[in-house]
Design a protein around this ligand. Structure first.
Ligand code: HEM
Length: 367
């Protein structure tokens, strides 16, 4: 395939080939390695160049990931869950008080992950519009200039946040990273800035996209939606969430890698410094693994082996959080608003296709 900047790269679509590459450390995520296939002009000028777990290889990757992982454990996610439940109930109350139609993206799909990322990082919720707009620009601004301006503002914001946490620690990731690693000298302040920029961008757009599209997918599959409405089984809801992740494939720009040496893949030689785009959304529709893969099947028994969160050492650390958020949304929304339906014909919906995450931009609903 030819990328936006004219590079010739390999595209990998088969499940086994893709997993083999993502688990193979002869493929690098480092954008400074010649041949690396960057996603777009915004990435090239901002977070693509940041040095953090997303853009470094081992052994440094694992060292840095271990430092932050305590904020993503089953225990920490369970701690955050009651607040997410309260929030979802509150957002649904607010929605029901409004006059329909209401945009479910603005009133549910955005605030849930945004609040969670604020809670996780110890960022005031009142700053959400500020960092939300910069995050969007970092992921997909159309020009280098716009991306750079947003990047500089995001950095200034994060530097200030770190100063606040140095002065007064809270129960959050930034405070822990500052006091356990930056101040003792095992982690550079510049690396923490870059990690925060990553978390403020990676952490909520992805989940927003998934909430919006999963609600839409259910509305388009009324028989399966009926089952979900009637179920009180948390394990069934959990399986539905896995199937949404597999079926919707929202991180559709692919996992980007560059070969560090010549590697054989499925009978082809990928040469050193050739770029590879592993399309995990297409891998999750591989019929060698998933029977009738283009069908949404909430009872699919092997759906959990999907690669929506990637595979290998760069697998998403936020996956338990994202699963929990989706679980709370789907076990609450349909019970509280069983008559929820689209307020406009399907053809009138707009989808955002140009960034890292595939999303429905607005979802007008009525009940
Ligand atoms: C439904 C929601 C989400 C999806 C589909 C998703 C998807 C992904 C994927 C596919 C990767 C792998 C990138 C690669 O291998 O090139 C990834 C990495 C990452 N995700 Fe997520 N993610 C989601 C939610 C979150 C959340 C909630 C957070 C944080 C709060 C988060 C933080 C990260 C970080 C920091 C990385 C980089 C990890 C590394 O390179 O070691 N993500 N995510």
């Amino acid at each position: 395939m030819q990328t936006w900047d004219g590079k010739q790269v390999w595209v990998v679509t088969r499940y086994e080939d893709g997993r083999a590459i993502l688990a193979d450390e002869r493929f690098s995520v480092d954008p400074t390695v010649p041949g690396f296939p960057e996603k777009n002009i915004a990435y090239l000028n901002t977070i693509g160049q940041d040095r953090n777990i997303r853009t470094i290889d081992n052994p440094e990757h694992d060292r840095q990931k271990r430092m932050m992982i305590q904020d993503f454990t089953v225990k920490r996610v369970a701690e955050i869950r009651p607040a997410v439940q309260t929030l979802v109930d509150q957002l649904i109350d607010d929605m029901l008080e409004r006059e329909a139609p209401v945009d479910l993206i603005e009133h549910l799909a955005i605030p849930v992950p945004t609040t969670v990322i604020c809670e996780l990082l110890g960022v005031p919720y009142s700053d959400r519009d500020f960092f939300g707009e910069r995050a969007k620009a970092l992921l997909a601004a159309p020009t280098a200039e716009a991306a750079k301006v947003a990047g500089a503002e995001m950095t200034e914001y994060v530097e200030h946040l770190i100063d606040l946490k140095i002065a007064k620690a809270g129960n959050d990731l930034v405070s822990r990273m500052v006091h356990q690693h930056v101040l003792p000298g095992t982690y550079a302040r510049a690396d923490l800035v870059s990690l925060c920029r990553l978390l403020l961008t990676a952490g909520h757009d992805t989940t927003t996209g998934m909430i919006g599209l999963s609600v839409l997918a259910l509305l388009r599959h009324p028989d399966q939606l009926r089952e979900l409405k009637e179920s009180d089984d948390p394990a069934f809801v959990a399986n539905c969430v896995e199937e949404f992740l597999r079926y919707l494939g929202t991180t559709h720009a692919g996992r980007r890698r560059v070969a560090l040496t010549d590697v054989e893949v499925a009978g082809h030689t990928i040469h050193a410094n050739e770029g590879v785009i592993v399309l995990n959304n297409v891998m999750d529709r591989d019929d060698a693994v998933f029977a009738d893969p283009n069908r949404l099947d909430l009872h699919r028994t092997n759906t959990r082996v999907h690669t929506a969160f990637g595979y290998g050492i760069h697998q998403c650390p936020g996956q338990l959080l994202a699963r929990m958020e989706l679980h709370v949304v789907h076990s609450t929304l349909w019970k509280r608003v069983p008559t929820l339906t689209l307020a406009v014909p399907m053809q009138e919906l707009h989808f955002f296709e140009d960034g890292s995450n595939y999303e429905v931009t607005t979802l007008p609903v009525t009940w």
